[in-house]
Ligand binder design. Structure first.
Ligand code: FES
Length: 220
């Protein structure tokens, strides 16, 4: 059986000062994915490897990592003969390939990026919104866009980054929402996007959302 060589960035904040690379050899057949290789490593070679996954097919967003320096969903990224896998950039590392997602849940609650329960209860269960809203709610919250954004750093809370702008745009296009989300986007530094080298297109989205067209442009 053919084998693939996979270099993985390891980091345990309780022990390590900086991340380091560790190499593994895994069986490799046509159609294998990076997620499949990570599961093999965990089950057969090294149970200390930390990573996240849920659905195994682009629905939960939990498996996002950098593959060869580009954010990808590990469950969709094809395994190659040699590759490097590291955690998403610009985000706090919990351990190895797992980032600390608790940070974002806290941010969403703090910024009230939801429709208050009293408001949402007044509306029928099925609400027809436009095509932009339909595309925006396809976000699987993988956070890959933050990894690719050249301005984002989780320690700088004055800039929301593409993920929060997508969340704001979901609400902006939701007829139940009464809050001025454009104002909120300005307080989260959306103006900074204008000086970005990706202005006019923004970073790629694993769910295929045109982030500039559907979120950055309408909010700015
Ligand atoms: S495991 Fe759910 S998106 Fe990859």
């Amino acid at each position: 059986m053919r084998r693939a060589k996979i270099r993985i960035s390891r980091f345990n904040p309780d022990i390590d000062k900086t991340p380091y690379w560790q190499e593994y050899q895994v069986p490799w057949e046509k159609g294998d994915t990076v997620l499949g290789a990570l599961i093999y490593i965990y089950e057969e070679l090294d149970p200390t490897l930390a990573f996240r996954f849920g659905c195994r097919y682009k629905k939960c967003g939990l498996c996002a990592v950098e593959v060869e320096g580009r954010p990808r969903l590990a469950c969709l990224a094809g395994l190659k003969k040699e590759m490097e896998v590291s955690p998403l950039r610009n985000l706090p590392i919990a351990r190895d390939l797992a980032i600390d997602r608790g940070f974002f849940y806290h941010r969403l609650a703090e910024l009230k990026l939801y429709i208050p329960e009293q408001e949402s209860m007044k509306w029928p269960a099925v609400i027809k919104e436009g095509i932009q809203h339909k595309r925006l709610i396809g976000c699987v919250e993988c956070l890959s866009c933050l990894s690719a954004c050249p301005h984002y750093d989780y320690r700088d809370t004055t800039f929301g980054g593409p993920y929060l702008f997508v969340k704001l745009a979901q609400l902006h296009f939701d007829s139940r929402d009464k809050i001025d989300r454009r104002f909120q986007a300005r307080t989260l530094g959306i103006e900074r996007c204008k000086g970005c080298r990706y202005w006019g297109r923004c970073v790629p989205c694993t769910s295929g959302i045109p982030i500039f067209k559907d979120a950055i442009r309408p909010l700015s």
